[in-house]
Each structure stands twice: as C-alpha cells, then as structure tokens.
Design a protein around this ligand. Structure first.
Ligand code: F6R
Length: 245
C-alpha cells in the first residue's frame, strides 16, 4: 500500500486531483470509478478548476459510480445521480453517454447490477477507482459482514451508515434502507485504487484497514491484498497510525 500523508484536506484534494489528471493524460479514455459523499467534494472542485484552466479534458473518459440509494430517482436531491451532476459532471466536458450510475428505481435490481458489471467489462475494466471510507470501514456500501461481497449487488444499509448519512436528509427515517453497490470483488478487480480519508472520525477505521487483520468486519481491510492501492490521508485521519510517515 502506498500511503500519502497530507497536512490537511486541501492538500489531500490537490494531490488526489494531480493523480487523476496524470492518469487521464496518459490515457485520455480512462475508465474511472467514482464515489459520492463529503470527502470527494474537494477533489471534484480541484478537477473542475483544472478543467477550466485547460489542464485536462474529460471528453473521452468513462465513469462508473460506486453506488446509489434504492428508491431515489435521478431528480431526488439526495440521489447520488443528482450529487454527481451538481457537484461534478455539469461542470466538465464529460460525454453524458459515458456516465454510468446504477438506477436506484429499477424494478429488477439483479438485472440492473448484472448490466452494470457487463458494462464495466465492455469498456475493459476500471483503470482507477476512487474510494471514500465509512466510519465503520465500509467501501462503497459494502458494510461490515461475515463475508466479502462479490459483484455489484443490492445491500441493506447498516444503522451506523444510515445515521452517518442522515446529515443530508431531513431525518434519519428518510434515509433509504437499501442501496445498490459495486461489490468488494468489483472493487478489487479495478486496476488502481485510490482511497481518500479525511477527519478524526475516520482515524480508527483507517488504522484498522491498514494495520489490522484482513476481515469482512472491516471491509476496507481487503485492500491490503490489492497490488496497486494509494491511500491519501490528512493529519486528522492519520493520527492513530503506528507509523507516521
Ligand atoms: C459513497 C460511498 C461511501 C462513502 C463513505 C464516506 O459513494 O461509496 O462509501 O465514500 O460513506 O462518506 P463521506 O465521504 O461522506 O464521509
């Protein structure tokens, strides 16, 4: 695992953005896996800035989002579809045809998940997946469990995740109880993985993920077995690590 310790969130986002731009420059039709949530917002802002300064074009890239809530349609302000458009896609030159986000209101979620996997295969796999980390160690919506998940699937969200994500909703009751998510196998098949971790609330989870045993109870720990992982942390997230780099 390549671990990059940054001073603060701003530096974390700058470094992450430089890496994404480098990948797109070396492969203009790169395939990216993208997260939502608070952590990647600064990265998306940096990338928009670099696009406006003509440092990068997203015209040929394809994207696959990690997950989507079940039951929220594209126009719902809390859907991840809306999040991606409002915070990233509408501000760059990406081709709408190349954007792939799971449909949270599909009436056949198994088919939706299988199609998503097939599309990833058709474009030759994901070159770089960017991940955030849940306070409970989840990646995508792969929650702590007794086994590591396989391909993209429908998942029941854990109470901890519902509570953590309720900050975006009017109340905890409004947070969907299920989601569609790339599975751990889907994530492990990506050629490169970049994990962004910011804030003290993530310090324990990232310590366990990097230094602890590999266990499905802490899904991110599986990344220890991936051959090309970069973890970018700010000082708040890294303060519990044994080995301060
Ligand atoms: C979101 C996702 C989640 C988040 C995680 C951290 O697409 O896959 O795993 O990355 O819950 O969320 P934030 O960044 O809001 O702390």
């Amino acid at each position: 695992m390549n671990i990059i310790l940054t001073k603060n969130y701003e530096e974390l986002c700058e470094i992450a953005a430089e890496r994404v731009v480098d990948i797109i420059k070396s492969k203009p039709n790169a395939v990216l896996g993208l997260p939502t949530g608070s952590t990647p917002l600064g990265l998306y802002n940096e990338l928009i800035k670099k696009y406006r300064e003509n440092e990068v074009s997203f015209e040929e890239i394809s994207t696959f989002n990690l997950d989507e809530y079940e039951g929220l349609d594209k126009n719902n302000p809390n859907s991840y579809y809306r999040f991606m458009f409002d915070n990233f896609f509408k501000n760059i030159d990406i081709n709408g045809k190349n954007i792939n986000i799971l449909n949270g209101i599909s009436d056949n979620s198994d088919f939706e998940c299988d199609e998503f996997e097939s599309k990833i295969k058709r474009v030759g796999g994901i070159d770089l997946i960017i991940l955030g980390l849940g306070v409970n160690g989840h990646i995508g919506f792969n929650e702590p469990s007794n086994f590591f998940s396989g391909n993209t699937f429908r998942v029941k969200l854990h109470k901890e995740t519902i509570v953590a994500n309720s900050r975006f909703f009017n109340s905890t009751d409004e947070v969907p109880k299920y989601a569609l998510t790339m599975g751990v196998k889907t994530i492990m098949q990506c050629k490169k993985v970049m994990v962004l971790v910011s804030g003290t609330s993530k310090a324990e989870a990232i310590k366990k993920a990097i230094e602890g045993e590999i266990t499905p109870q802490l899904p991110a720990s599986i990344l220890q077995l991936h051959k090309d992982v970069t973890i970018i942390l700010d000082s708040d997230a890294s303060h519990l690590l044994n080995n301060k780099l």
